[in-house]
Design a protein around this ligand. Structure first.
Ligand code: CU
Length: 192
């Protein structure tokens, strides 16, 4: 149902040159690169890295990110680069405060595989690890374990340099990596 609804939304947005539509066993991906920008949504259910059926979403801590919990990430980038990244989750630990960021590399069995945070202006200064220079999607799970967050910036990702969303055990810049979702973030046509 959700996939169908989003496909409609993409078509209504005028996806004249859509070239990326693929489904997986664990959810799906809908992506559209247009002259006017980029839209994408993808969802999956978390599974352990050693699960028989692999998932694009990995849990490293089944207490905070239970196997079977659901995650959805969407991106909407306008031609001028303005980008919204949206997160929705279900089945997380009720009442818990999570930290979430866009990271640079795809998820792996090793939680560190996803590398560091994507930064608009790459920097070694800890002060630049902030929600203006990075994409933060921190959320608090409600009583049913659902949560949502949106991050808006006037910039878009550089090609191939944003590849995952990491869920951390605490909000902000602290906390261990408890889950990871490999996401096909895109860049607007005309940007580097
Ligand atoms: Cu992070």
């Amino acid at each position: 149902m959700r996939v169908g609804a989003v496909v409609v939304a993409v078509l209504m947005a005028g996806a004249g040159s859509a070239h990326g539509t693929a489904g997986t066993d664990n959810g799906g991906v809908t992506a559209s690169t247009r002259e006017s920008g980029y839209t994408m949504r993808t969802d999956a259910r978390f599974a352990p890295a050693d699960a028989l059926v692999p998932s694009a979403a990995l849990t490293y801590d089944p207490e905070l990110v239970p196997a079977g919990a659901w995650i959805e990430v969407a991106q909407d980038s306008a031609p001028n680069g303005a980008t919204a990244v949206k997160l929705r989750v279900r089945g997380m630990k009720p009442g818990h405060d999570y930290g979430v960021h866009v990271h640079r590399k795809p998820c792996g069995t090793d939680p560190t595989a996803a590398g560091g945070h994507y930064q608009n202006k790459p920097s070694d200064n800890p002060a630049d690890a902030n929600p203006d220079n990075e994409v933060w999607l921190d959320f608090t799970a409600d009583r049913s374990g659902s949560g949502a967050a949106v991050a808006r910036h006037d910039w878009n990702f550089r090609r191939g340099e944003a590849s995952s969303v990491i869920v951390h055990s605490q909000p902000g810049n602290h906390g261990t990596r408890v889950g990871c979702f490999t996401v096909p973030f895109g860049w607007a046509a005309g940007t580097a």
